[in-house]
Design a protein around this ligand. Structure first.
Ligand code: NAP
Length: 264
Protein backbone atom coordinates (compact mmCIF):
# COMPACT_ATOMS: atom_id res chain seq x y z
CA UNK A 1 0.00 0.00 0.00
CA UNK A 2 1.23 3.48 -0.87
CA UNK A 3 0.46 5.98 1.91
CA UNK A 4 -0.95 9.23 0.51
CA UNK A 5 -1.42 12.71 1.98
CA UNK A 6 -3.75 15.05 0.04
CA UNK A 7 -2.79 18.74 0.27
CA UNK A 8 -5.63 21.14 -0.61
CA UNK A 9 -8.17 18.47 0.41
CA UNK A 10 -11.08 20.92 0.78
CA UNK A 11 -10.72 22.38 -2.75
CA UNK A 12 -12.60 21.37 -5.89
CA UNK A 13 -9.79 19.09 -7.11
CA UNK A 14 -8.69 18.06 -3.62
CA UNK A 15 -12.11 16.59 -2.78
CA UNK A 16 -12.11 14.53 -6.00
CA UNK A 17 -8.56 13.34 -5.22
CA UNK A 18 -9.58 12.25 -1.70
CA UNK A 19 -12.43 10.18 -3.22
CA UNK A 20 -10.14 8.69 -5.88
CA UNK A 21 -7.47 7.72 -3.31
CA UNK A 22 -10.10 6.12 -1.04
CA UNK A 23 -11.39 4.11 -4.05
CA UNK A 24 -7.95 2.97 -5.30
CA UNK A 25 -7.03 -0.44 -3.84
CA UNK A 26 -3.25 0.18 -3.93
CA UNK A 27 -3.47 3.57 -2.18
CA UNK A 28 -4.12 4.36 1.47
CA UNK A 29 -5.24 7.85 2.50
CA UNK A 30 -3.32 8.64 5.70
CA UNK A 31 -3.73 12.42 5.98
CA UNK A 32 -5.43 15.47 4.49
CA UNK A 33 -4.31 19.10 4.78
CA UNK A 34 -5.83 22.43 3.78
CA UNK A 35 -5.80 25.96 5.10
CA UNK A 36 -9.49 25.39 5.93
CA UNK A 37 -8.15 22.80 8.44
CA UNK A 38 -11.30 21.57 10.07
CA UNK A 39 -13.66 18.60 9.96
CA UNK A 40 -13.48 14.96 8.98
CA UNK A 41 -12.39 14.62 5.35
CA UNK A 42 -15.02 11.91 4.70
CA UNK A 43 -17.75 14.39 5.61
CA UNK A 44 -16.06 17.20 3.66
CA UNK A 45 -16.34 15.11 0.46
CA UNK A 46 -20.03 14.50 1.20
CA UNK A 47 -19.84 11.03 2.79
CA UNK A 48 -19.48 9.49 6.24
CA UNK A 49 -16.72 10.33 8.73
CA UNK A 50 -13.60 8.19 8.16
CA UNK A 51 -11.52 9.31 11.14
CA UNK A 52 -9.12 11.53 9.16
CA UNK A 53 -9.30 15.18 10.24
CA UNK A 54 -8.14 17.87 7.82
CA UNK A 55 -5.04 19.52 9.30
CA UNK A 56 -3.64 23.01 8.70
CA UNK A 57 0.06 22.34 9.23
CA UNK A 58 1.66 20.27 6.46
CA UNK A 59 4.94 19.72 8.34
CA UNK A 60 3.13 18.37 11.41
CA UNK A 61 0.86 16.18 9.25
CA UNK A 62 3.86 14.66 7.47
CA UNK A 63 5.68 14.01 10.77
CA UNK A 64 2.62 12.43 12.38
CA UNK A 65 1.39 10.29 9.46
CA UNK A 66 4.58 9.48 7.49
CA UNK A 67 3.06 9.45 3.97
CA UNK A 68 5.02 8.08 0.99
CA UNK A 69 3.38 10.51 -1.45
CA UNK A 70 1.89 14.02 -1.16
CA UNK A 71 -0.66 14.99 -3.82
CA UNK A 72 -0.91 18.80 -4.10
CA UNK A 73 -3.87 20.67 -5.62
CA UNK A 74 -3.65 24.02 -3.81
CA UNK A 75 -2.80 27.46 -5.19
CA UNK A 76 -0.01 28.85 -7.37
CA UNK A 77 1.31 30.86 -4.39
CA UNK A 78 1.34 27.86 -2.01
CA UNK A 79 2.48 24.89 -4.08
CA UNK A 80 6.23 25.64 -4.21
CA UNK A 81 6.64 25.81 -0.41
CA UNK A 82 4.55 22.63 0.00
CA UNK A 83 6.66 20.71 -2.52
CA UNK A 84 9.97 21.88 -0.99
CA UNK A 85 8.78 20.86 2.47
CA UNK A 86 7.69 17.42 1.25
CA UNK A 87 10.99 16.76 -0.51
CA UNK A 88 13.02 17.82 2.55
CA UNK A 89 11.01 15.26 4.54
CA UNK A 90 11.56 12.63 1.80
CA UNK A 91 7.90 12.50 0.74
CA UNK A 92 7.42 12.24 -3.05
CA UNK A 93 5.21 15.07 -4.38
CA UNK A 94 2.62 14.50 -7.12
CA UNK A 95 1.73 18.02 -8.23
CA UNK A 96 -1.38 19.12 -10.08
CA UNK A 97 -1.33 22.76 -8.98
CA UNK A 98 -0.39 24.92 -11.94
CA UNK A 99 1.55 28.18 -12.06
CA UNK A 100 5.04 26.98 -11.05
CA UNK A 101 7.72 29.00 -12.87
CA UNK A 102 10.64 27.42 -14.76
CA UNK A 103 12.96 28.63 -11.96
CA UNK A 104 10.78 26.95 -9.32
CA UNK A 105 10.72 23.70 -11.34
CA UNK A 106 14.53 23.81 -11.59
CA UNK A 107 14.76 24.32 -7.80
CA UNK A 108 12.39 21.36 -7.27
CA UNK A 109 14.54 19.17 -9.55
CA UNK A 110 17.63 20.13 -7.51
CA UNK A 111 15.93 19.45 -4.19
CA UNK A 112 14.58 16.14 -5.49
CA UNK A 113 18.11 15.02 -6.42
CA UNK A 114 19.65 16.29 -3.15
CA UNK A 115 17.08 14.41 -1.06
CA UNK A 116 17.05 11.31 -3.30
CA UNK A 117 13.25 11.63 -3.47
CA UNK A 118 11.33 11.62 -6.78
CA UNK A 119 8.87 14.35 -7.75
CA UNK A 120 6.16 14.41 -10.41
CA UNK A 121 4.38 17.42 -11.93
CA UNK A 122 1.58 17.25 -14.52
CA UNK A 123 0.02 20.42 -15.89
CA UNK A 124 -2.89 18.20 -16.94
CA UNK A 125 -3.83 14.76 -15.63
CA UNK A 126 -6.54 14.09 -18.24
CA UNK A 127 -5.48 11.52 -20.86
CA UNK A 128 -7.33 13.39 -23.63
CA UNK A 129 -5.40 16.58 -22.86
CA UNK A 130 -2.10 14.68 -22.97
CA UNK A 131 -3.07 13.28 -26.39
CA UNK A 132 -4.00 16.82 -27.53
CA UNK A 133 -0.49 18.00 -26.60
CA UNK A 134 1.25 15.06 -28.30
CA UNK A 135 -0.88 15.45 -31.46
CA UNK A 136 -0.23 19.21 -31.49
CA UNK A 137 3.51 18.66 -31.41
CA UNK A 138 3.18 16.22 -34.31
CA UNK A 139 0.94 18.57 -36.35
CA UNK A 140 3.28 21.54 -35.82
CA UNK A 141 6.02 19.77 -37.80
CA UNK A 142 3.83 20.11 -40.89
CA UNK A 143 1.69 23.18 -40.00
CA UNK A 144 3.97 25.50 -37.96
CA UNK A 145 1.57 28.51 -37.85
CA UNK A 146 -0.39 27.93 -34.67
CA UNK A 147 -2.31 29.72 -31.92
CA UNK A 148 -3.79 28.36 -28.68
CA UNK A 149 -7.08 29.29 -27.04
CA UNK A 150 -7.61 27.95 -23.50
CA UNK A 151 -10.95 28.35 -21.71
CA UNK A 152 -11.44 27.85 -17.95
CA UNK A 153 -13.87 28.59 -15.10
CA UNK A 154 -13.51 32.09 -13.65
CA UNK A 155 -12.10 30.90 -10.29
CA UNK A 156 -8.81 29.95 -11.92
CA UNK A 157 -5.95 32.05 -10.50
CA UNK A 158 -3.22 31.67 -13.15
CA UNK A 159 -3.12 32.55 -16.84
CA UNK A 160 -2.22 31.15 -19.23
CA UNK A 161 -3.10 27.65 -18.01
CA UNK A 162 -0.31 25.18 -17.30
CA UNK A 163 -1.66 23.03 -20.13
CA UNK A 164 -1.44 25.89 -22.64
CA UNK A 165 2.10 26.73 -21.52
CA UNK A 166 3.13 23.06 -21.78
CA UNK A 167 1.49 22.72 -25.21
CA UNK A 168 3.37 25.78 -26.47
CA UNK A 169 6.64 24.43 -25.06
CA UNK A 170 6.10 21.06 -26.79
CA UNK A 171 5.25 22.75 -30.11
CA UNK A 172 8.34 24.97 -29.77
CA UNK A 173 10.48 21.80 -29.63
CA UNK A 174 9.65 21.06 -33.28
CA UNK A 175 8.96 24.52 -34.78
CA UNK A 176 11.55 27.26 -35.31
CA UNK A 177 10.78 30.38 -33.24
CA UNK A 178 9.15 33.01 -35.48
CA UNK A 179 6.60 35.84 -35.20
CA UNK A 180 3.08 35.26 -36.54
CA UNK A 181 0.53 37.59 -38.07
CA UNK A 182 1.29 40.61 -40.25
CA UNK A 183 4.76 42.12 -39.61
CA UNK A 184 3.15 45.57 -39.31
CA UNK A 185 0.23 44.53 -37.08
CA UNK A 186 -0.55 46.84 -34.15
CA UNK A 187 -2.55 46.04 -31.01
CA UNK A 188 -5.26 48.70 -30.71
CA UNK A 189 -6.08 47.28 -27.26
CA UNK A 190 -3.34 45.84 -25.03
CA UNK A 191 -3.37 42.05 -25.01
CA UNK A 192 -5.57 41.69 -28.11
CA UNK A 193 -3.07 39.29 -29.69
CA UNK A 194 -2.64 37.25 -26.49
CA UNK A 195 0.51 36.08 -24.71
CA UNK A 196 3.59 35.31 -26.81
CA UNK A 197 5.57 32.07 -26.32
CA UNK A 198 8.34 32.03 -28.95
CA UNK A 199 5.86 33.49 -31.46
CA UNK A 200 2.98 31.17 -30.51
CA UNK A 201 0.02 33.28 -29.35
CA UNK A 202 -1.96 32.05 -26.31
CA UNK A 203 -5.43 33.43 -25.51
CA UNK A 204 -7.04 32.84 -22.08
CA UNK A 205 -10.83 32.90 -21.63
CA UNK A 206 -12.27 32.94 -18.06
CA UNK A 207 -16.02 32.45 -17.70
CA UNK A 208 -18.47 30.70 -15.38
CA UNK A 209 -19.78 27.51 -16.99
CA UNK A 210 -16.42 26.25 -18.22
CA UNK A 211 -14.31 23.56 -16.49
CA UNK A 212 -11.10 23.21 -18.59
CA UNK A 213 -10.95 23.35 -22.38
CA UNK A 214 -8.35 24.06 -25.05
CA UNK A 215 -8.19 24.53 -28.80
CA UNK A 216 -4.94 24.37 -30.73
CA UNK A 217 -5.53 25.94 -34.15
CA UNK A 218 -3.11 25.36 -37.02
CA UNK A 219 -3.34 27.52 -40.16
CA UNK A 220 -2.03 26.65 -43.62
CA UNK A 221 -2.68 27.67 -47.20
CA UNK A 222 -6.46 27.46 -47.69
CA UNK A 223 -6.99 25.29 -44.60
CA UNK A 224 -7.06 25.17 -40.82
CA UNK A 225 -6.79 22.24 -38.42
CA UNK A 226 -8.26 22.44 -34.91
CA UNK A 227 -7.37 20.00 -32.14
CA UNK A 228 -9.75 20.51 -29.21
CA UNK A 229 -10.01 18.93 -25.78
CA UNK A 230 -12.90 19.43 -23.34
CA UNK A 231 -12.90 18.48 -19.68
CA UNK A 232 -16.55 18.43 -18.67
CA UNK A 233 -16.02 16.87 -15.24
CA UNK A 234 -13.11 16.86 -12.76
CA UNK A 235 -13.33 13.04 -12.60
CA UNK A 236 -11.40 13.07 -15.90
CA UNK A 237 -8.21 13.92 -14.00
CA UNK A 238 -8.46 11.11 -11.42
CA UNK A 239 -7.12 8.06 -13.32
CA UNK A 240 -4.01 10.13 -14.10
CA UNK A 241 -3.60 11.22 -10.46
CA UNK A 242 -3.95 7.62 -9.22
CA UNK A 243 -1.46 6.40 -11.86
CA UNK A 244 1.05 9.08 -10.78
CA UNK A 245 0.69 8.05 -7.11
CA UNK A 246 1.35 4.44 -8.09
CA UNK A 247 4.38 5.22 -10.28
CA UNK A 248 6.11 8.19 -8.65
CA UNK A 249 8.14 6.15 -6.15
CA UNK A 250 9.75 4.27 -9.05
CA UNK A 251 10.93 7.48 -10.76
CA UNK A 252 14.25 9.33 -10.38
CA UNK A 253 14.47 13.10 -9.88
CA UNK A 254 11.77 15.41 -11.29
CA UNK A 255 9.45 14.13 -14.04
CA UNK A 256 7.09 16.57 -15.82
CA UNK A 257 4.08 15.41 -17.85
CA UNK A 258 1.68 12.47 -17.69
CA UNK A 259 2.90 11.31 -21.12
CA UNK A 260 6.12 10.13 -19.39
CA UNK A 261 4.07 7.56 -17.41
CA UNK A 262 2.07 6.15 -20.33
CA UNK A 263 3.02 2.91 -22.03
CA UNK A 264 1.81 1.78 -25.49
P1 NAP B 1 -9.51 25.35 -5.22
O1 NAP B 1 -10.90 24.83 -5.28
O2 NAP B 1 -9.29 26.80 -4.91
O3 NAP B 1 -8.72 24.43 -4.17
C1 NAP B 1 -7.49 24.74 -3.61
C2 NAP B 1 -7.57 24.40 -2.13
O4 NAP B 1 -6.28 24.52 -1.53
C3 NAP B 1 -8.51 25.34 -1.38
O5 NAP B 1 -9.27 24.62 -0.42
C4 NAP B 1 -7.52 26.28 -0.72
O6 NAP B 1 -8.04 26.93 0.43
C5 NAP B 1 -6.41 25.31 -0.36
N1 NAP B 1 -5.14 25.93 -0.04
C6 NAP B 1 -4.69 27.18 -0.34
N2 NAP B 1 -3.45 27.36 0.14
C7 NAP B 1 -3.10 26.20 0.76
C8 NAP B 1 -1.95 25.76 1.46
N3 NAP B 1 -0.88 26.57 1.62
N4 NAP B 1 -1.93 24.50 1.96
C9 NAP B 1 -2.98 23.69 1.80
N5 NAP B 1 -4.11 24.04 1.15
C10 NAP B 1 -4.17 25.29 0.63
O7 NAP B 1 -8.77 25.09 -6.60
P2 NAP B 1 -8.94 23.86 -7.61
O8 NAP B 1 -9.91 24.19 -8.67
O9 NAP B 1 -9.11 22.58 -6.83
O10 NAP B 1 -7.52 23.86 -8.33
C11 NAP B 1 -6.32 23.68 -7.58
C12 NAP B 1 -5.12 23.77 -8.50
O11 NAP B 1 -5.14 22.62 -9.38
C13 NAP B 1 -5.09 24.99 -9.44
O12 NAP B 1 -3.76 25.43 -9.55
C14 NAP B 1 -5.58 24.45 -10.76
O13 NAP B 1 -5.09 25.18 -11.87
C15 NAP B 1 -4.98 23.06 -10.72
N6 NAP B 1 -5.60 22.06 -11.58
C16 NAP B 1 -4.75 21.17 -12.17
C17 NAP B 1 -5.25 20.15 -12.93
C18 NAP B 1 -4.30 19.15 -13.54
O14 NAP B 1 -4.74 18.21 -14.24
N7 NAP B 1 -2.99 19.29 -13.31
C19 NAP B 1 -6.63 20.02 -13.14
C20 NAP B 1 -7.47 20.93 -12.53
C21 NAP B 1 -6.96 21.95 -11.73
P3 NAP B 1 -8.67 28.42 0.23
O15 NAP B 1 -9.85 28.25 -0.67
O16 NAP B 1 -9.03 28.81 1.62
O17 NAP B 1 -7.59 29.26 -0.39
Amino acid sequence: MIKVLVSGACGRMGKSVVKAVLDAPELQLVAATDVCGEGDVGEIIGGKAIGITVEKDLAVAIDNHQPDVMVDFTRPDAVFDNVCLALKKKVAPVVGTTGLSDEQKAAIAKLSAENDTPAFIAPNFAIGAVLMMLMSRQAAKYMPEVEIIELHHDNKLDAPSGTAAQTAAMIAEVRPKHPQGHPDEKEKMTGARGADYEGIRIHSVRLPGYVAHQEVIFGGLGQTLTIRHDTTNRESFMPGVVLACQKVLGLKGLTVGLDKLLTD
